[in-house]
Ligand binder design. Structure first.
Ligand code: NAP
Ligand code: ZN
Ligand code: ZN
Length: 349
C-alpha cells in the first residue's frame, strides 16, 4: 500500500477536508498515476452532498483525472513511466457482458465500477476513491492516453464533461449542417458547444444566465436564447434537430421540445436529485420526437474523443482552484457561476 494525500468528505455537510488514503501496490495489469489535475464535476457535488442517496463516507470525489505514469505492473504493455495519461468516470467493469464486449463499459450489465464511491469488485470489495488526490492506481484497460501537446489542466474535464457530450452527439450522428441546441452553459454545456461546432453543427445555447451571452458566442455558439424569456423561446420554435440537456436542476423540458423540428431528439444528461415535470406525449408524437438519456462514454470512445479534441484544438475553459478552495467552488457551481470548469491543482493538496 502507498499513502497519498487527498481531500475527502466525511458527511453530506462536512465539505472537503485534508485526508490520507491508501492506494494498492500496482498489480500486473495496473498503472500507478501521479495525479496533476482533477476537474470538478457537478456529479461530485450531487454525490458528496448525498443528493443521489447516501454516499459512502469518507469519500474522495473526482473523475476527471490527468497525471503522469509513475509505475506500471509487470504485464502492462500499453503505458510507460513518465507518459501523460487520463482516467475518467470508471475504473473497471465486468468485461464479459454484451455491453462491455461491445465497448459500452459504462452500461455494463453487472454495473461499471465508478472512479469513486463504488465497490471495487476485483480489489477486495473496497470503496473506490477518486482524483482529488495525489495518486491513483488503475487497471490499464481503463486508462486513457493524453495526446501530445494538450494542456494537462484544460484536458482534465474532457475525461467526463468531454466524453459525456461527445458520446450522444456521435450517437445522434450530428454532422455538417445539423442544428444543435445545448441547454445550460456549465461544464458539460460548454464542451457540448465546442464539440458540436467541431462536428459542423450550428449551435444554439439555452441559458438562464443572460450574463453568459458573450461567452457563449465566444465559445462558438451561433445563437443564444435566454430560456426564461417566452418570446425568445417562441422564436426558436421547431428550429433544431437535436438538443443536449446539461441542466443539473429540476426544469420543464416541454418548452425545449417545442424548439425541435420533426424527427428531432432531446438527450438528457443532467441528473437532478428531485423528480422532473412530465414530458407531454403529444409533443413527442406530433413531430416524431425522441426523448432519451446518455451516460458518459465507453473507453474506446473516450480515447476517440481525446484524439478528436486534439485534432480540433479543443480543451476546456478552466479556472484552476486550490484544495482549500474546493467548498467555495462547489457553492459557485450550484449557483451556476462557473467559467466553465473548475480544475483542482493537486499540488495544493
Ligand atoms: P454545471 O457545470 O454546474 O452546469 C450546469 C448548468 O445548468 C449551469 O451552469 C446552468 O447553466 C444550468 N442550470 C443550473 N441550474 C439551473 C436551473 N435551475 N434551471 C436552468 N438551468 C440551470 O454542471 P455539469 O458538471 O455540467 O453537470 C450538469 C449535470 O450533468 C449534473 O446533473 C451532473 O450530475 C450531470 N452529469 C451527467 C453525466 C452523464 O453521464 N449523463 C455526466 C456528468 C455529469 P446556465 O447558467 O447557462 O443556465
Ligand atoms: Zn462527471
Ligand atoms: Zn459488463
Amino acid at each position: 500500500m502507498t499513502q497519498v494525500k487527498a481531500y475527502a468528505a466525511v458527511s453530506a455537510t462536512s465539505g472537503l477536508t485534508p485526508s490520507t488514503i491508501e492506494r494498492r501496490e500496482p498489480g500486473a495489469h495496473d498503472v500507478e498515476i501521479a495525479i496533476e489535475f482533477c476537474g470538478l464535476c457537478h456529479s461530485d457535488v450531487h454525490t458528496i452532498r448525498s443528493e443521489w442517496g447516501p454516499a459512502k463516507y469518507p469519500l474522495v470525489p473526482g473523475h476527471e483525472i490527468v497525471g503522469t505514469v509513475s509505475r506500471v505492473g509487470d504485464s502492462v504493455e500499453g503505458f510507460t513511466v513518465g507518459e501523460r495519461v487520463g482516467v475518467g468516470c470508471m475504473v473497471d467493469s465486468c468485461r464479459e457482458c454484451d455491453s462491455c464486449l461491445e465497448g459500452f463499459e459504462q452500461y455494463c450489465e453487472v454495473g461499471n465500477v465508478g472512479t469513486y464511491g463504488a465497490v471495487d469488485r476485483r480489489n477486495g470489495g473496497t470503496i473506490t476513491q477518486g482524483g482529488y488526490a495525489q495518486g491513483i492506481v488503475v487497471d490499464e484497460n481503463y486508462v486513457l492516453h493524453i495526446p501530445e501537446g494538450m494542456d494537462p489542466a484544460a484536458t482534465a474535464p474532457l475525461l467526463c464533461a468531454g466524453i459525456t457530450t461527445y458520446s450522444p452527439l456521435r450517437y445522434l450522428d450530428v454532422q455538417d449542417g445539423d442544428k444543435v441546441g445545448v441547454i445550460g452553459l456549465g461544464g458539460l454545456g460548454h464542451m457540448a458547444v465546442k464539440i458540436a461546432k467541431a462536428l459542423g453543427a450550428t449551435v444554439t445555447v439555452f441559458t438562464t444566465s443572460p450574463a453568459k451571452t458573450t461567452d457563449a458566442l465566444d465559445l462558438g455558439a451561433d445563437h443564444v436564447v435566454i430560456s426564461s424569456d417566452p418570446s425568445a423561446m417562441a422564436g426558436a420554435k421547431a428550429s433544431l434537430n437535436a438538443i443536449i440537456d446539461t441542466v443539473a436542476a429540476v426544469h420543464d423540458l416541454n418548452p425545449y421540445l417545442r424548439t425541435l423540428a420533426r424527427d428531432g431528439a432531446l438527450i438528457q444528461l443532467g441528473l437532478p436529485s428531485e423528480k422532473m415535470p412530465p414530458v407531454e406525449p403529444g409533443l413527442l408524437i406530433r413531430k416524431r420526437l425522441a426523448y432519451g438519456g446518455s451516460l458518459i462514454g465507453g473507453i474506446a470512445e473516450t480515447q476517440e474523443m481525446l484524439d478528436f479534441c486534439a485534432e480540433h484544438g479543443i480543451v476546456s475553459d478552466i479556472e484552476l482552484v486550490t484544495a482549500a478552495d474546493l467548498d467555495g467552488a462547489y457553492d459557485r457551481m450550484v449557483a451556476g457561476d462557473v467559467k466553465y470548469r473548475f480544475v483542482l491543482d493537486t499540488a495544493t493538496i
